[in-house]
Design a protein around this ligand. Structure first.
Ligand code: PEP
Ligand code: MG
Length: 911
């Protein structure tokens, strides 16, 4: 590709070719020529009217940015291409009597609209402006072009504050009492040029360069430099565009839309980017250059009006748009200029579109025979589907923003502020909609969270309790809104001088993290209605969007290899997950079954001093656990259900240490001994840990609390036997959490097998219960080969694995310092959100391979939050896992992305 076939074009260092004529490139060369350059080349080769020019590659930019100097051979290569351009145009750059003028435009691989620099009209000087005036027969046009050059060049190349030029232009208009710049005549523009040159001299400390080649070279460097402006860096970080790609530079002969009423400039789309509808979409501005349209200085007219203004150009444009859409097989957006009745194409690219339009366009193009189903899958993505699934705030609504936190669980929720779970439940029972506002939530808040429309916390990140539970329930959540001072005692929050009292209405947007005062109107999602089965894609009046989503999901399901399961702990969630397409449960967190009234039973279990007390406590819990499992197995009949034995630190089931200490101390001072409180306090002290996430939890609990795990295993086995007796098809799998070594697993396994055998004997029902483990500690991953000897399946717990591999406390880091990490570009996205492929991912890949080497039929899945993250799903597909498991609401996204990962694209470059 970098071979240079043209002997007249000098080679760059190490034989690299740094400059490509538009006739040499094509649309596949975006890495090298940037999106704009590659597409200009493609249009040139299609025979469309593109002004001639050439592209300096991103490789040249990279050399310049790394070394601070352009590659040694670039100057000669540019000279050779410029000479060829001058020959083709029959005039020289900046030639005094008839100047060739060029534009110098940035153009990276991925579109970064408005982020980088462009300079137009290069080649004009005090002399050549006269030549241009003579050649065009239009003094005004020549002087207007010159003042534009000095203005743009001054601002972007010489770093002069753009306001100074704008102010001078405004003053000139005021002096003449006009409002639009087209009303300034040649003499006034000439004066403005003198003024602009003075501004340059005083602000930049140098004269505006009169040498055309110097103008061009400086502009090229300025475009290179613009890759690293703060706003460009910020944009890249947000859009997750790598920082080392560099920009290409397009040098293109100028065509003019400002040569009078038979000239103009415009933008067009081959379809409506908001709906996907075919038609004539775009804007046109007579007698103007491109930046006038963007700047909104004068009012544009709808593109359809061009038909009346210049029918010939309009017809040609329509023809070209059809050619482009058929050629690119997609919606294209276009920039064009008409110079005295001659149409020129300045840019095209595959256009950005709304999430809804993406689905509609993909299926429309399949129907038109332009793309196949595999390609249609590449035209949409999980993030777009997720966007379509959440109710949204009405964009036209008037809002008062209170603050902003982390967008933890998408959606739009409105309700009265409440500051404790009790009030949340009480108010919601009486029909009120509430937003539960806490500093942070804990398992005690679960009922309050269920009762609330949405959850807002001032602490915690995307994997904090509030975030994980809210996502699990598909409930809107904004967390870590640190500006909000939440005072649960006084039942109010303060932010930027506002006080929100209990009962005041607030609105929270879990897709943006924004928090509003008052009620913002909400629109429901038809796509969720469809997944819930309340809207049918086959119905005659079905929404076009729903039909498109239905078809794309069917393609994805047909091709995907990864199965998709749900993280669900109760029958209601399990049934929803099934409706959404879950093929089983990959993680039932049993700790969620020990809350509410059952908490006291667990408390009794922990406090038991004798075997008898402990056994009594376990006996109380057993039937309740069994009932939970019967319901779950029934809801998921015929599909696998992975039940994880108890995981979190036990003290989570005990009262808060400070509160209890105060209570006991007060009682003591009143000489009012409460034996139970005293014992409780001792237990709480005994179980208190500095690092509970690294303490007595997971398999460790099962090993030190006799009877706990065996009670759970018995409940699972008895529930499975009961379902079998009821002619059901239960497919339970028992999962041991936080295993670090095979010995732990072996002990639990032996005990479990005995219990299962016992239940089989007593019920007379043969049970096939798979026993496996989570891989969520580095040691487990590193010794996966050994662990597989005792495990029939692995489920990667990537939340804990990320926490332990990075040494990041998952409940704290996102709200405390991740923002700084993201700003510094240490990572583009939280590793708790998207799997860190090089670190955590490497352990997953290696552990999967080691496990399968020991046990070829080892079943492999993932049940951390990453199981529902689009990019991570692709990774899990690639490393050969069997399934991903995620919260019910993310199941359609995981199905879609699993399909996208498995389908082979026919080529287009869709991000
Ligand atoms: C995990 O660690 O990835 C996991 C699924 O378990 P939990 O989030 O419940 O710790
Ligand atoms: Mg875990």
């Amino acid at each position: 590709m970098s071979e240079n076939k043209d002997p007249h074009v000098p080679q760059g260092t190490q034989g690299v070719k740094f400059v490509y004529d538009f006739t040499e490139g094509n649309k596949e060369l975006k890495d090298l020529l940037g999106g704009k350059g590659a597409n200009l080349a493609e249009m040139t080769n299609l025979g469309l009217p593109v002004p001639p020019g050439f592209t300096i590659t991103t490789e040249a930019c990279k050399v310049y940015l790394e070394s601070g100097e352009e590659p040694a051979a670039l100057r000669d290569e540019v000279s050779a291409h410029l000479s060829a351009l001058e020959k083709a145009m029959g005039k020289k750059l900046g030639q005094a009597d008839d100047p060739l003028l060029v534009s110098v435009r940035s153009g990276a691989k991925f579109s970064m609209p408005g982020m980088m620099d462009t300079v137009l009209n290069i080649g004009l000087s005090d002399k050549s402006v006269q030549g241009l005036a003579k050649q065009s027969g239009d003094d005004r046009f020549a002087w207007d072009s010159y003042r534009r050059l000095i203005q743009m060049f001054g601002k972007t190349v010489l770093g002069v504050d753009g306001e100074l030029f704008e102010d001078a232009l405004d003053k000139a208009k005021q002096a003449k009492k006009v409002t639009v710049d087209t009303d300034l005549d040649a003499a006034e523009l000439k004066k403005l040029v003198t003024k602009f040159k003075k501004i340059v001299k005083s602000e930049a400390g140098r004269d505006f360069p009169q040498d055309a080649r110097e103008q061009m070279d400086l502009a090229i460097h300025a475009v290179f430099d613009s890759w690293n402006t703060d706003r460009a860096k910020l944009y890249r970080r947000q859009e997750r565009i790598p920082g080392d790609l560099g920009t290409a530079v397009n040098v293109c002969s100028m065509v003019f839309g400002n040569l009078g009423p038979d000239s103009g400039t415009g933008v067009a789309f081959t379809r409506d980017p908001a709906s996907g509808q075919q038609g004539v979409y775009g804007d046109y501005l007579q007698n103007a250059q491109g930046e006038d349209v963007v700047a909104g200085i004068r009012n544009t007219v709808p593109l359809a009006d061009l038909e009346g203004i210049d029918k010939k150009s309009y017809d040609q444009l329509m023809q070209i748009m059809e050619t482009l859409e058929t050629h690119y097989k997609d919606l294209c957006d276009i920039e064009f200029t008409i110079e005295r009745g001659q149409l020129w194409m300045l840019q095209t690219r595959v256009g950005k579109r709304t999430a809804g339009a993406a689905f509609r366009i993909a299926t429309q193009l399949v129907d038109q025979g332009l793309i196949d189903e595999a390609e249609a899958l590449q035209r949409v993505n999980g993030a777009q589907l997720a966007q379509l699934m959440f109710p949204r705030f009405d964009e036209d609504a008037k809002v008062e923003q209170l603050g902003r936190g982390i967008a933890a669980s998408p959606g739009a929720a409105v309700g009265k502020a409440v500051f404790d779970s009790y009030t949340a439940i009480k108010w919601s029972r009486s029909g009120e909609k509430v937003i539960l506002i806490r500093r942070e939530t804990n398992p005690d808040d679960l009922d309050g969270m269920i009762a609330a429309e949405g959850i807002l916390t001032s602490r915690g990140g995307k994997t904090s309790h509030a975030a994980v539970v809210a996502r699990g329930m598909g409930k809107t959540c904004v967390c870590g809104a640190e500006d909000l001072e939440v005072d649960t005692k006084r039942r109010r929050l303060t932010v930027n001088g506002h006080v929100v009292e209990e009962g005041d209405v607030v609105s929270i947007d879990g897709s943006t993290g924004k928090v509003y005062l008052g009620e913002v109107p909400v629109v429901p999602s038809p796509v969720v209605e469809y997944f819930e089965g309340r809207m049918h894609a086959g119905a005659d009046d079905a929404d076009e969007l729903v039909k498109a989503v239905h078809r794309v999901m069917a393609y994805a399901d047909r091709v995907r290899r990864l199965r998709v399961r749900a993280n669900a702990d109760n029958a209601e969630d399990a049934l929803r997950a099934r409706r959404f397409g879950a093929q089983g449960i990959g993680l039932c967190r049993t700790e969620h079954m020990f809350l509410g009234e059952r908490r006291e039973m667990v408390e009794r279990l922990i406090l038991a001093d004798t075997d008898e007390e402990r056994e009594n406590a376990l006996k109380e819990l057993l039937p309740l656990q069994k009932k939970d499992f019967v319901e779950l197995f029934e809801a998921m009949d015929g599909l696998p259900v992975t039940v994880r034995l108890l995981d979190p630190p036990l003290h989570e089931f005990l009262p808060d240490i400070t509160e209890l200490s105060v209570r006991v101390a007060l009682a003591e001072s009143r000489k009012d001994h409460n034996e139970n409180d005293l014992r409780l306090l001792q237990a709480v002290h005994r179980l208190h840990e500095q690092n509970p996430m690294l303490g007595l939890r997971g398999v460790r609990l099962g090993l030190v609390i006799p009877g706990l795990f065996t009670m759970q295993v018995r409940a699972i086995a008895e529930a499975a036997a009961e379902r079998k007796n009821a002619k059901g098809d239960p497919r339970a799998e028992i999962m041991i959490p936080l295993v670090g070594t095979v010995q732990e697993l072996e002990i639990v396994r032996e005990e479990a097998e005995q219990v299962i055998a016992d239940v089989e004997r007593s019920t007379g029902v043969a049970l096939k219960l798979a026993l496996g483990t989570m891989i969520e500690l580095p040691r487990a991953a590193l010794t996966a080969g050994q662990i597989a000897e005792a495990a029939e399946f692995f489920s990667f717990g990537t939340n804990d694995l990320t926490q332990t591999v990075w040494g990041f406390s998952r409940d704290d880091v996102e709200a405390s310092f991740f923002t700084a990490y993201l700003e510094k570009g240490i990572f583009g996205v939280s590793p708790f959100e998207t799997i860190d492929k090089d670190g955590v991912g490497k352990l997953v890949r290696d552990a999967a391979a080691a496990g399968r080497a020991t046990r070829p039929d080892l079943k492999l899945g993932v049940c951390g939050e990453h199981g529902g993250d689009p990019e991570s799903v692709h990774f899990f597909h690639e490393v050969g896992l069997d399934y991903v498991s995620c919260s019910p609401f993310r199941i359609p996204v995981a199905r879609l992305e699993a399909g996208r990962a498995a389908s082979t694209s026919t080529g287009s470059d869709h991000r």
